[in-house]
Design a protein. Structure first.
Lengths: 278, 267
């Protein structure tokens, strides 16, 4: 013990370089940006007042929350069967699914979004298939609207919900479902009363991760959405790149950060951050 | 009776799994196919096949410059992120840090905070320091963004490693550095390499911070792609995308093999 004691003390110091970098190149700058909200163009709350009064800004805030709130349940509904197949299927199936889900996860967001544009454009393969099947005679407008944003966002966000769900399902003892069925519960009842509640930690974690990630989306609405799908991140970029309005950029960042922060806190209080980070 | 419900669920599950798998893979397949297109715009299916967009990628100075910039940023930033992240993970998991949980959460912040905020903040602070449009500025930004991946990967590797192995070595009289070099490092190497890979891929793909702090002269691939996607789109972008995709595919394969050889569990 006498040998290891000083070692432990010295080991703790190893965190310092990373911590220093983070404070200097992340916490400091972000703090600087957020402070602009209260100091530019002059000290006060005028940026928040402007935000509150401008119909356009509120609309963007609303779009952001609306898109996140629409993506999240669809993600959970589509991710659930996949996670279930991963948790209860054969090891071979599991390996394949993990591979398929992880592959896009490792491919740049920009590339995948760009591919979605090709897929969904008027002359793209999706419209060709729909027309070929006789489901529509005219090509459907799938891009630069809510459909486009949903399609692009789901592509990117599914893994966020599949992995926490899978982790929760893998921990469920199959004997529970067996017991419910043997005791006479119909499968649907056994599922809703026994299985589903046991997946809640994973489900809530996944849903929260999806919701929070969507709030900050920039590439997806910019490439796949129309003006009606403008999100808060695009507004922040506009404020800086077009107007040099650092005060408003800071105020919008603070709002975005506050919403994400509150959600993370709620997640931490209900599930615990340990569980949330897998 | 119960068999019917289960059978229906299994069939439904199979259907959803197939459709979602298709949905996840289709865009990647389309990009790869279009990259070999003979047409000069994004037509699917392509009218003919050619390698002209791959040639263009290595001929066009816009693309070669940005590839160079990306590599110049990726190599130092992934290396630095791996060093800093591994050290931090060792301290967090094996050291005794007051408020370790808080420090750990702090180190994860750059991937939790929306990238647009980090990007705007760095751009604003860099203005005063003359770091916008410099490799140094890009490297610092990329290290900040990628350190969390390394901390998480190496941290989970350390948690699955039996601390008694290190204790045994030091009890048997190995000095701390020898224990680290001969016991900890070899056992931890797969996790460190995964972290390095993660950091490298994340750096190459990083768009938003790069978009803010780069200039037309110093412009990484992701930003070059972004400006192309929004302007004249020709299949060169599909060629670079396919190369990224091939890189990710090989990385994933290598990582899988590494894990199988060492028998460590995936994340």
């Amino acid at each position: 013990m006498a040998v290891t004691a000083p070692l432990v003390g010295r080991r703790a110091l190893l965190v310092l370089p990373a911590l220093a970098l983070l404070l200097l190149a992340f916490v400091g700058p972000v703090g600087w940006l957020l402070a602009r909200a209260f100091t530019q163009p002059q000290v006060g709350l005028q940026n928040f007042e402007a935000l509150w009064q401008r119909q356009g800004y509120l609309q963007v805030l609303w779009n952001t929350v609306e898109i996140s709130a629409m993506v999240t349940p669809i993600c959970v509904l589509l991710g659930f069967p996949i996670a279930h197949a991963m948790a209860t299927g054969s090891p071979r199936l599991r390996r394949w699914l993990v591979f398929i889900v992880l592959l896009p996860f490792w491919t740049s967001l920009l590339v995948r979004t760009f591919a979605t544009v090709i897929l969904l454009q008027r002359t793209g393969p999706v419209n060709a298939v729909l027309i070929g099947l006789g489901l529509t005679s005219e090509p459907l407008p799938l891009l630069y609207n809510m459909t486009g944003v949903m399609a692009g966002a789901l592509q990117v966000l599914l893994p966020f919900v599949i992995f926490p769900l899978h982790a929760a399902m893998a921990r469920i003892d199959p004997a529970f479902m067996q017991a419910a069925l043997t005791l006479g519960a119909r499968p649907a009842r056994a599922f809703f009363r026994v299985y589903l509640p046991l997946t809640f930690p994973g489900l809530i974690t996944g849903a929260a991760l999806v919701f929070i990630s969507t709030l900050g989306y920039f590439v997806t609405p910019a490439m796949l959405g129309g003006p009606r799908q403008t999100m808060i991140a695009q507004l922040i970029q506009d404020q800086i790149a077009q107007f040099g309005n650092w005060g408003m950029a800071g105020a919008l960042s603070l709002v975005l950060l506050a919403i994400s922060g509150v959600l993370f806190l709620l997640l931490h209080l209900t599930i615990g951050l340990k569980g949330a980070m897998r | 009776m119960s068999g019917d419900g289960m059978g229906l669920w299994r069939r439904l599950r199979g259907l959803v799994c197939t459709l979602v798998a298709l949905y996840l893979i289709a865009p990647l397949a389309i990009v790869v196919i279009i990259s070999f297109s003979a047409a000069s715009f994004l037509q699917f299916p392509p009218p003919g096949l050619s390698l002209r967009w791959y040639v263009n990628l290595f001929d066009d100075p816009g693309w070669t410059n940005s590839l160079t910039v990306s590599v110049q940023v990726l190599v130092p930033s992934a290396t630095l992120a791996t060093l800093l992240g591994t050290a931090a993970a060792l301290a967090l998991v094996r050291g005794r840090i007051p408020g370790a949980q808080f420090v750990g959460a702090l180190l994860m912040l750059p991937i939790i905070v929306p990238a647009i905020i980090t990007a705007a903040a760095l751009f604003g602070v860099y203005r005063g320091l003359g770091l916008n449009g410099t490799l140094t500025g890009l490297i610092i930004g990329h290290v900040v963004i990628t350190v969390p991946y390394v901390v998480a990967t190496v941290g989970s590797g350390l948690r699955t490693m039996d601390p008694r192995l290190e204790d045994a070595a030091s009890t048997l009289g190995a000095p701390p550095l020898a224990t680290f070099r001969r016991v900890t490092l070899p056992l931890l190497l797969p996790a460190i390499l995964s972290g390095l890979l993660f950091a490298a891929v994340a750096s190459f793909d990083e768009l938003i911070v790069s978009l803010f702090v780069s200039t037309a002269r110093v412009r990484p691939v992701a930003v070059q792609m972004w400006s192309n996607v929004r302007g004249d789109v020709d299949p060169t972008i599909a060629a670079i995308a396919s190369l990224c995709f091939a890189f990710a595919f090989l990385a994933l394969l290598a990582e899988g093999m590494l894990r199988r050889r060492t028998g460590t569990e995936g994340p």
